[in-house]
Design a binder for this molecule. Structure first.
Ligand code: ATP
Ligand code: MG
Ligand code: MG
Length: 569
């Protein structure tokens, strides 16, 4: 079994189980369905689901849908697809909106306890009353409203009597707290917007801190993992959980029972970890949305996008992402990681798991003049050099072949180990050839290389062990299948496209060569693959058959990553 993972979060979980604080753990992954998930979210998913699984607990998928104006069911579908793709299964699929009635009752409870009040200040006035890091804030003139008046106003907010922004429900905490989040934060705002789940039922929507903490509590979440920017929201999180006290308030969770959901309330603990950030990428949903809307990429699932839908199409694997997350580890320090960590994890995963195939990306014809035009044979190639269980396949061989244009040089540079006029090279798994003559087309470009196959160097023969300088890949021209191959490269040319310096933004650093499309020739056993099959094309990189566009009749491959890190940005 895998070695025990050691980090501060797993240690907390271990301690809580050992001390009996919890007999079982429960986590959640709480995306807001306002965009597609990206590589950063993969870290949160791997931690939320991974830690629950490791300790015999469960993880809910909760759509944090408290901001209806920006949310869309299209995103909800993609989020579920992404979580499943990464190899995880949720315990329950929930929505923050499942709890709107519970949250509403919780807010009334706070009002009755004198812990919340309805405030008439406009957003600008609230801002002015808030104070600053050096100045305490001032109390709202409405702070001392009676419980009766607050209840009446809050009910009328719910009934839709007031216009957007006319009132808020605010927690009554401490306007001079050094933590700005505790300066009587808003718990509810008025927004007459249709919601994708609750329609027009609610003209008021709960604010993030209130909804998030109580959603955790109501689902019985024990460990609520989130990123560091929520660290100074934790006191408010704890305040909401404690003041509402769902575990001891069955009257508040009755609406759950009425809608067929279980009562599982707990006191959750929020634990923060560092965000995942890589250079050469932008990951903010807002900027990704702009790339899509401005047609700088083909869509959310463009293989150059850092969305999970994008990198999946590019050829990334769940195994590579999990490996990357384990390698990066968990800390309390945000940092910008080098993209080579991500690419390295992919190479490692595909080196182990991707079968090998032959494909020629930039073809030039080789004619084996001493092979009969009608000759055809099938050679047997291992699918994986280090894994016998991957089996073998038949590779057709005949008189006419394609090789890579740059595997031949008429005037070889110093140290050139491939084919030259009069020189020899080994054709991978087929034998040794010598180039006798170059044939040119009318433009003077090389159209054919006339070569001789050493008939004593065929596979299994004594003469095949003869030493020659280089080995190149090839495909049989007659049998090869033309394929559309997208050669992707980084979307940005600079390591930090996200710094808005010198009036420049990430848009100024788009790599004009981030996609090059060629027609390649691939062996039949590559073309015949199902969509989303990963291969190493020998010597040229790791590729995947396109999730949507590939078919054996019209093969389409995406290059996920080159074999080695050759980037020189
Ligand atoms: P963005 O800022 O990109 O819009 P977000 O934090 O608003 O992301 P959510 O949908 O709220 O996106 O995120 C769901 C969960 O994923 C949260 O718990 C959040 O902390 C976590 N998460 C988001 N981005 C990252 C990241 N870069 N690294 C690790 N976890 C992340
Ligand atoms: Mg968020
Ligand atoms: Mg966000």
């Amino acid at each position: 079994s895998a070695p025990l993972k050691q980090d501060f979060i797993r240690q907390i979980v271990r301690d809580d189980l050992a001390s009996g604080k919890h007999t079982a753990i429960k986590t959640r992954f709480p995306p807001e369905p306002n965009g597609y998930l990206h590589i950063g979210h993969a870290k949160a998913i791997c931690l939320d689901f991974g830690i629950a699984g490791e300790f015999g607990g469960v993880c809910n998928l909760r759509l944090d849908d408290t901001n209806p104006a920006k949310e869309d069911p299209e995103y909800v579908r993609a989020i579920q697809d992404d979580v499943n793709w990464l190899g995880f299964e949720w315990n329950d699929l929930r929505h923050a909106s499942d709890y709107f009635e519970v949250l509403y009752l919780a807010a009334e409870k706070l009002i009755r306890q004198g812990d919340a009040f309805v405030c008439d200040l406009s957003p600008e006035e609230v801002q002015a009353y808030r104070g600053s890091f050096t100045e305490p804030g001032r109390n709202s003139p409405n702070r001392d409203r009676s419980v009766e008046e607050n209840l009446d106003l809050f009910r009328r907010m719910r009934a839709g009597e007031f216009s957007d922004g006319a009132k808020t429900l605010r927690a009554k905490i401490d306007m001079s707290s050094p933590n700005m989040n505790l300066r009587d934060p808003a718990l509810y705002r008025i927004k007459h917007v249709e919601h994708q789940n609750t329609g027009n039922e609610w003209p008021i929507y709960p604010m993030y801190d209130f909804a998030h903490s109580l959603s955790d509590s109501v689902e019985g979440i024990t460990h609520s993992l989130c990123t560091l920017e929520f660290e100074d929201h934790r006191p408010l999180y704890d305040w909401c959980v404690a003041k509402v006290d769902l575990p001891n308030s069955p009257e508040l969770t009755q609406p759950l029972v009425d809608t067929g959901l279980p009562r599982e309330a707990a006191v959750p603990r929020q634990i923060e970890f560092s965000r995942l950030n890589f250079n050469y990428l932008v990951m903010s949903k807002r900027k990704l949305l702009a790339l899509v809307n401005d047609k700088l990429v083909d869509g959310w699932d463009d293989p150059r996008m850092p969305t999970l839908q994008g990198i999946r199409r590019r050829g990334y694997t769940p195994g590579a992402l999990r490996l990357m997350v384990d390698r990066v580890g968990i800390s309390k320090q945000n940092s910008l990681l080098d993209i080579s960590i991500l690419e390295g994890a992919l190479r490692e995963d595909l080196d182990t798991n991707a079968q090998r195939r032959l494909a020629v990306l930039d073809p030039v014809k080789v004619i084996l003049t001493n092979v009969d035009p009608s000759h055809e044979e099938t050679l047997t190639f291992a699918n994986h050099p280090k894994d016998e269980s991957a089996g073998s396949r038949s590779v057709p061989f005949a008189r006419e072949l394609w090789i890579e244009r740059d595997d031949f040089a008429e005037v070889p540079p110093k140290g050139f180990k491939r084919l030259t006029v009069g020189g020899e090279v080994r054709l991978r798994g087929a034998g040794i050839i010598r180039c006798d003559e170059v044939v040119r087309d009318i433009n003077g470009d090389i159209s054919e290389l006339l070569c001789t196959l050493d008939l004593e160097s065929r596979p299994g023969m004594e003469g095949s062990h003869r030493k020659v300088k280089g080995t190149i890949h090839w495909v049989s021209a007659h049998h090869a299948v033309p394929a559309v191959v997208h050669l992707y490269d980084r979307l940005f040319t600079v390591a930090n496209p996200d710094t808005d310096e010198d009036g420049k933004t990430y848009r100024d650093y788009l790599n004009p060569n981030s996609r090059r499309t060629v027609t390649a020739y691939v062996e039949p056993a590559a073309a015949n693959a199902a969509p989303e099959t990963h291969f190493q094309f020998e010597r040229t990189g790791y590729f995947v058959t396109d999730r949507y566009d590939h078919s054996p009749e019209h093969p389409v491959f995406n290059r996920a990553v080159e074999l080695r890190d050759s980037w020189q940005g």
